[in-house]
Design a protein around this ligand. Structure first.
Ligand SMILES: *[C@@H]1O[C@H](CO)[C@@H](O)[C@H](O)[C@H]1NC(C)=O
Ligand SMILES: *[C@@H]1O[C@H](CO)[C@@H](O)[C@H](O)[C@H]1NC(C)=O
Ligand SMILES: *[C@@H]1O[C@H](CO)[C@@H](O)[C@H](O)[C@H]1NC(C)=O
Ligand SMILES: *[C@@H]1O[C@H](CO)[C@@H](O)[C@H](O)[C@H]1NC(C)=O
Length: 341
């Protein structure tokens, strides 16, 4: 029903679609020279093997010692997040086959589409890598654990499909929010272009997998991310989740917050749960003794994300006013059931 997400984001490129056959092993060897926007490896290659050449699947140390590029840090963060997403799809491509989806009644091109999304995400890895200057390190992937791998089929298949929506919605929201942090105008348009591709991945799933309306509210997804305030030391705020047994996690329902490590709340201070939904921001009083807050009922229930922070000032006007969070809640289509708790 919910997940608290660290950072997920990814990038996009608009590429023409060619009806090319799957690449053979010898063609894959030329992947080292493949460029997103030119190579069909990042569009409709159907192999189980990664479309990424081996020299692009690891960390690349800085080779220069001059000043970092203006948006190096932004793209390092995005690349780290993109590794999570690309690897999620790559693992699915290796783990599933077309019949896993048709057995559950999904369209017979479901696996093919997932492979194509993997290709796009690999292209995003390459685009982010190329945006980082030679004076900065280019992050490589880590070892990731995804919930779907720990279940047996067909539960893992359904879990994967639900997580897929979660990742795409989160990507779109993060990319839009992160545009505020880009210094270069070209970085802003790159983030927008990539968000559009993630939106297509999500649209495909809503139509073909979940058979629901793919349309959104007018504003789509956005997370209120901004550059850290200078001098602020708010990097490791206490995180929290909510008790899924006591709520529908829909607008109007009450959330019971669960802390791993509860922050210290001063007895003589007022606290607020600050909810964000696209451009909307609503603060509701928060009682640290009860740990409950109600999701504003004026938010709509379309697929999307709602974010909540706990702050010691109404509307959390500064980063330092935030005492815990963020919690990101995915609003799902009615027919979509996440097996996660
Ligand atoms: C990867 O290999 C290709 C082909 O040899 C080369 O053009 C490219 O610069 C290499 N990239 C990195 C990051 O090592
Ligand atoms: C895939 O599904 C479509 C639409 O239901 C159908 O027309 C087509 O024959 C199917 N293809 C295969 C290979 O089963
Ligand atoms: C799939 O999940 C259901 C519901 O949690 C459970 O009852 C069932 O045993 C699971 N199936 C497998 C094969 O693990
Ligand atoms: C970005 O675009 C704005 C509006 O056109 C312009 O004022 C600004 O100088 C540009 N910034 C950079 C870094 O090019």
């Amino acid at each position: 029903m919910h997940l608290s997400i660290a950072v997920v984001a990814s990038l996009a490129v608009i590429t023409p679609t060619f009806a090319l056959p799957a690449f053979s092993g010898s063609q894959l060897k030329s992947a080292a020279d493949a460029v997103p926007g030119e190579s069909s490896l990042f569009v409709n290659y159907q192999g189980k093997k990664t479309p990424l050449a081996s020299n692009y699947t690891k960390v690349s140390p800085a080779t220069g010692s001059g000043p970092a590029g203006a948006d190096d840090l932004l793209f390092q963060n995005l690349l780290s997040a993109e590794w999570v997403i690309y690897s999620f799809y790559q693992r699915a491509v290796e783990y599933f086959s077309a019949s896993d989806f048709t057995k559950l009644g999904f369209p017979n091109n479901t696996y093919e589409r997932i492979v194509e999304i993997r290709d796009n995400e690999a292209g995003h890895v390459r685009i982010f890598q190329d945006q980082i200057s030679k004076n900065s390190i280019t992050p490589g992937p880590c070892t990731y654990t995804y919930g779907f791998n720990q279940l047996a089929k067909p539960n893992s298949t359904k879990e994967f499909l639900a997580l897929q929506v979660l990742l795409e919605v989160s990507s779109m929201a993060f990319l839009t929010g992160l545009a505020n942090q880009a210094d270069l105008n070209i970085s802003k348009s790159a983030l927008m272009a990539i968000g559009q591709v993630e939106s297509r991945h999500n649209t495909w799933s809503l139509i073909d997998v979940y058979n629901v309306s793919p349309f959104l509210r007018p504003l789509g997804y956005r997370l209120p991310l901004r550059k850290p305030d200078p001098g602020s030391d708010q990097h490791n705020l206490p995180r929290f989740t909510f008790n899924p047994k006591t709520t529908t996690a829909r607008p109007g329902s009450t959330l019971e917050f669960v802390f791993q490590a509860k922050p210290t709340f001063a007895a003589d201070k007022d606290y607020w749960a600050v909810f964000y939904h696209d451009l909307n921001q609503v603060s509701v009083p928060y009682d640290p003794k009860k740990n409950v807050a109600t999701i504003p009922k004026e938010f709509d229930s379309k697929v999307g994300v709602i974010m909540v922070n706990i702050a010691d000032e109404k509307d959390a006007p500064t980063e330092d006013s935030v005492v815990a969070g963020p919690l990101i809640i995915l609003e799902q289509p009615g027919s979509l059931t996440l097996l996660l708790d």
